[in-house]
Design a protein around this ligand. Sequence first.
Ligand code: PRP
Length: 207
Amino acid sequence: MLIVLPKGRLLKEIKNLLEKIGVSFEDSSRKLVMDTSVKGIKVAILRSWDIPKFVNKGIADMGFVGKDVLNEIEDEENFYESLDMGFGRCRLSLAAYEKMNNSNKPVVATKYPVSAKAFFASKMQNVEIIKLKGAIEIAPILGLSDYIVDLVQTGNTLKENGLSELEVIQDISTRLIINKSSFKTNNSKIERLVLSMKDALNENSKN
Ligand code: PRP
């Protein structure tokens, strides 16, 4: 069984959780696929945007990924969204530079065009969406866009760049996804893992 984990801020939290349920691994080397303390369970660390792709194709049986990434998937999903892990909490928000000019077709910069499009459609607001890959906050400062739709956690990045959070679009957290056919073929093994994770999360929330 292969479990895929996202590189970056969430990795430590996920690694701790897996350790709690008896699945530990060393990630000090540059090895891409690693054995764990449980025979038959391997882990691989990927970029978060690639995690649903590997789970969708059944290359990985399970993966951890943010709801922000899941929202952007437009293809058919061959996976179940199983658990809300309750960590990696942040929000997808609309923000703008204080000295914004009002135009009738505002430009919105974002890494999340699907979510942004749905949000403005629900408001019947006609916008032009520009997809960027990172450092979204720079777009309104340099005049590329009127608004941004981006993740906000502490709000420090917005504040330091003179941007204001105008509206929370969606609360975000990390989710566990499971490939549909893996779920069928490895049902008891996967169910045991999911149940242990649930227990560990409940324990965490008590402490
Ligand atoms: C995210 C997000 C914001 C920042 C928000 O970026 O895009 O820039 O974190 O966090 P804060 O509210 O706590 O300041 P990330 O660091 O993931 O890098 P990126 O810009 O390359 O996406």
